[in-house]
Design a protein. Sequence first.
Lengths: 135, 189
Amino acid sequence: MPDWLERELARELAAVAAPDTLATRLGFAPAKRWEIPRLALAVAAVVVAVIGGSYAASRPQALDLRRASGQGVSLRSADVDPAGARLLRCGGGAGRPLQVNAVKATVLLAHSGFEWTAHTPAAAPEADCHSCHTL
Amino acid sequence: MSGMVLEGTDRELIEGCRRGERDAFRALFEAYQDRIYSIALRFSGDQALAMDIAQDTFLKLFSTMADFRGDSTFGTWVYRLVVNSCLDHKRRSWRLIPLAAEVAAVLRAPGDALHGLLHAEMRGRVQGAVGKLPAEQRIVVVLRYTEGLAYEEIAAVLGCSMGTVASRLNRAHKTLERRLSHLKGSSHA
């Protein structure tokens, strides 16, 4: 046999080291888990919290006026003219439906509850609302 | 048998394995894993298939430890197991896979990528030529060049005469010389 072939075979067919996965397969080594760095997890959690918090803060939370006031807010054509009703949106605090006159109604829609106590209309809801809103 | 590092402690390890001692199994595995995997890889030409063959060989080794009676050296017995596993595994569609794996290894490795790619190409051709040999010739070539066994040792593993080993090796050499003649001038690379 020529020397070049002897060299090629000896080199290209040389022994190799068994991969670590063989030991894992046979139970001699624990399987390597793909671990996420804890720092990355913490950063991701903070980012999610910040984004979620800012989104929640910027999104007004609607209040059910019927629960807040204890009164129904359904507008029936017999009482008011729904076509003439105006909706006002309030940036903070509670609100109530206000009947300005017999046929024209303005409904104050309230949302975002963190200023609830400072904005809650008490005995005279119309007066309280007028302090913030021009109806 | 050359290269057997367990000659002095084979008996202790075998006895430990027969008693079910995990440390004995582990020591046996660590001593033979490279040898068994290398034979499987060079015979099959495919890493995934070599892993399967090596795994099967170890499972046979551990499960049939009681059958070893010392008629041959323990190393020869282990070689027989891996050879039988190689011959038992049917050849699958591995011809293109080794080259792809080599290329991937080159791409991962730092250094001279072109040289590595050429080396991978050459290795793929040699492995491919060996892979086309009949199984009985291929296993002789692998035992000879991967494990460096002498004719007598190969004959003991295969259970045939030295003359048969020499004949198979001679035929394999002639075939490989013809198929790899284009590498004649580039063997220094």
